[in-house]
Write a protein that binds this ligand. Sequence first.
Ligand SMILES: Cc1cc2nc3c(=O)[nH]c(=O)nc-3n(C[C@H](O)[C@H](O)[C@H](O)COP(=O)(O)OP(=O)(O)OC[C@H]3O[C@@H](n4cnc5c(N)ncnc54)[C@H](O)[C@@H]3O)c2cc1C
Length: 483
Amino acid sequence: MKSSRREFLKVGGISSLGLLAAPTLANTIYKVGNSKDRKKVIIVGAGLAGLSTAYELTKTGHDVVLLEARMQPGGRVRTKRSAFAENFYVEEGAGRFPKSHNLTMRFIEEFGLETTPFYPQSGNLVTYVGKTHLYNSYAEQRNMAKVQLPFTTVERQSGEGGLFEKYVRPTLNQLGDITNRDWLSSDLRALDQLSWTEFLRKQGMSDAAIRFFNVGAININDGHEISALWLLRDMLSGGKKYKIKGGNDQLPRAFANRLAPSIKYGKPVKRIEQFEFGVEAFFKTEGSIGSVRGDYLVLATPFSVARRIDIPSLSKSRRQLISGLTYASASRVTLQFDKRMWEGNDLNGFATSDHPLQTWHPTFDQPGSRGILQAYIRLSLSRQLSGMSEQERVLFTLSKMEEIFPGLKNNFEGGSAKCWDQDPWAKGAASVHSPGQLTMFENAFDEPEGRIYFSGDHLSPWPAWMQGALYSGLDTASKIDSL
Ligand SMILES: Cc1cc2nc3c(=O)[nH]c(=O)nc-3n(C[C@H](O)[C@H](O)[C@H](O)COP(=O)(O)OP(=O)(O)OC[C@H]3O[C@@H](n4cnc5c(N)ncnc54)[C@H](O)[C@@H]3O)c2cc1C
């Protein structure tokens, strides 16, 4: 308890923090290798879900073909290289993970990759709330006394950690094993009907405390949109965060190297047909339409883009699921500076604010005299950004960051932006369920329809995490193998 609470206090934002030990993956050791027949499996999408499905099926002797729309593997795991000075690289998609994500860790180790801390251990973080700057090290709590918000006396006395212990921890302790198919008890179903803000209000938190509590929690500054149960489950991914040394894209690339001949890049699938003894996928290729046939097909794309694939055999209820799932907006804006001016003030470059915006410093462990700060922008602010030109996005973000690090503009050299809403093969960052959606889609998500299986982080207990994509990939491989 002690260390997880310290984690909570040190980064100052719920979704990125260590609040609880993650649940074990009880009963989820997949048995691949039970198959009676060798099968030909078409996999649509070479993100981590599709790649891990293919990897496991290949190991046990099945034939796979992966059809990928992009010219590279990895989907939403995307490291941007070569665009910056001094060989800097940054993450435009998946950034960090706790070591409790055992499948992420399992494959990192299997492929001989190394992890390194995501956050620097020295220097101060900035919290920018209500135009007040708070500075604290990782080990310290943010000082509520300095914030001009109408907290109640009890809230001021409890401090930030106390708010969490009083209002959130008791419910978190009741979540149980999220990998269990019968996970949703009647109490949890009721929680799913509430938005995060409604939940905190019901627990007795004042609006001022809710605002302060949510600072830095990029998923919940617009708390009304998101199921309270979804967020509580997401908090189980707390704890110290890590990244892959040299770039997170090495994980999907390691899978892809082992599957190389089976992956067909630049092949966006447009239509899927199934018949009594097989399936056929139709894809665009060099100005015409190609097709491939198999025994089974795994649709390993986010539902936000699966919506555009024509699948005449799908049931009405499945279509409703695919079209109804909510996807959150997220953008990463990367700004390069001619020096790391923030370090002169003993700041480590990481910051949170009461906008859905976090600031990261991806070059804190990369050599060079220049430096890069990256804004991780979500929800309403990200949607606003999506409607701007590239230059406007960069300048808008620079002005937001200037409020947090005054003087930053003087060292600005240039920047770039990635808005996931505009990405044709993602159309959003990740599925983040609205109130009621966990209950509504319970059990219906990952069941196959005939010969078509569905895979992806959105179908797992860890949506919006690489762990979720890998979990779903292994689950799908196991199901197909055991047919
Ligand atoms: C901004 C952002 C921040 C994130 N932060 C984190 C984080 O800190 N930690 C973490 O663990 N995870 C994070 N994630 C989530 C993580 O990236 C995803 O959960 C995971 O990568 C999803 O893998 P997937 O295989 O399910 O889907 P995807 O990675 O989306 O893969 C789907 C693949 O299908 C392809 N495709 C789509 N349509 C078609 C078509 N018609 N035909 C053929 N191919 C198609 C796509 O090109 C893509 O390659 C983040 C994601 C984003 C976007």
